[in-house]
Design a binder for this molecule. Structure first.
Ligand code: AHR
Length: 323
């Protein structure tokens, strides 16, 4: 059956190089660009790799096609940064039948059999969301705020990062009695988020916080708020919470346009290489690897925050972080 649907091409492999096919989500955000650079830098020819890079332009169908192409090309390893969690089962079964190890990075895949991929490397997105919400709660208490109105600009619906970050906010709204006045996807892009924020502001301007699920969404929301004649930040402005802690995000945290920015670490290339090296040596890597992350705040507005009883130190952004 497999041979019928996927006849193998004659592939001329570059001698002595390990071939890695990378199915990337797209180039929707600054975080994603940093993630692609990390993979490209790690899997260079000078280090013994032949990297085949495919950009899915945020469309799962494109990723499925890329994986099938990698199978035909008989790559040694497939690295998949999935757009969404669901819908990869069939193509991962095909990779498994072709005996090509699949390393999933960033977002997760939801498949009934976890043996369909070798390892996953990425962030605890739900924990990121909880950190943001506990920071928010502490800030609200510190300021004595009542009747808090929050807008949530969500990431790509169905992606692990969106699910984790939105769930954490939904739970915190229930727990702390915050009003979620609008919740819409901005697809992790600046342009869509600006549009979404613009439309929300036509319906209500009574907004205390905008919980953006990445920095580019925050940039778009800030633009829309300013164009509507409102301000952002402390001193009466709409306060922005963001994720990623990219250079642009930290710049705006330093200036006070973003109140706090929860880090999402994009530097996953070396982690993927470690796993490939283990596999090359016949070792079995762990099923999951979580990358380390921090929270950055504006001007020491918060010092430490407890999440499920664990204390998190918060870093105040200074010029050093963005130079
Ligand atoms: O899945 C990680 C998220 O995807 C990052 O927060 C975002 O910037 C990216 O597009």
């Amino acid at each position: 059956f497999y041979m019928d649907t996927h006849p193998k091409k004659e592939v001329v492999k570059k001698k002595n190089l390990i071939t890695v096919g990378f199915a990337q989500v797209g180039a929707e955000s600054d975080w994603r660009t940093a993630n692609s650079i990390s993979i490209k830098k790690t899997f260079s020819e000078s280090k013994g790799y032949d990297l085949l890079f495919e950009d899915a332009r945020q469309m799962q169908d494109n990723q499925i096609k890329s994986i099938r192409k990698f199978i035909q090309q008989d790559v040694d390893y497939i690295v998949l940064a999935p757009v969404i969690e669901e819908g990869f089962e069939t193509v991962l079964e095909e990779a498994s039948r072709a005996k090509i190890p699949v390393i999933v990075i960033d977002r997760k895949v939801s498949v009934p059999d976890n043996n369909l991929y070798t390892t996953w490397i990425g962030s605890d997105f739900y924990l990121q969301g909880k950190k943001a919400c506990e920071c928010l709660n502490k800030y609200i208490i510190q300021k004595g705020m009542k009747d808090v109105n929050i807008v949530n600009i969500q990431g790509t619906l169905g992606s692990t990062s969106q699910i984790g970050r939105s769930n954490a906010l939904n739970e915190a709204c229930d727990k702390y009695g915050w009003n979620l006045v609008a919740q819409e996807p901005g697809d992790y892009t600046q342009a869509k988020s600006k549009e979404v924020m613009k439309n929300i502001l036509k319906k209500t301007k009574d907004i205390d916080f905008v919980y953006c699920e990445n920095d580019n969404e925050a940039f778009g929301a800030i633009e829309a708020i300013k164009e509507a004649g409102l301000s952002v930040g402390e001193n009466g402005g709409i306060k922005i919470i963001s994720f990623d802690a990219t250079k642009g995000g930290l710049k705006r945290t330093l200036s006070g346009e973003i109140l706090f920015d929860v880090e999402c670490n994009p530097l996953q290339g070396p982690e993927v290489e470690n796993v490939i090296k283990m596999l090359e040596e016949g070792k079995t890597p762990n099923k999951e690897y979580y990358v380390k992350e921090q929270v950055f705040v504006h001007d020491s507005i918060l010092t430490d925050v407890l999440v499920d009883g664990n204390k998190y130190d918060l870093l105040t952004v200074t010029d050093d972080y963005i130079s």
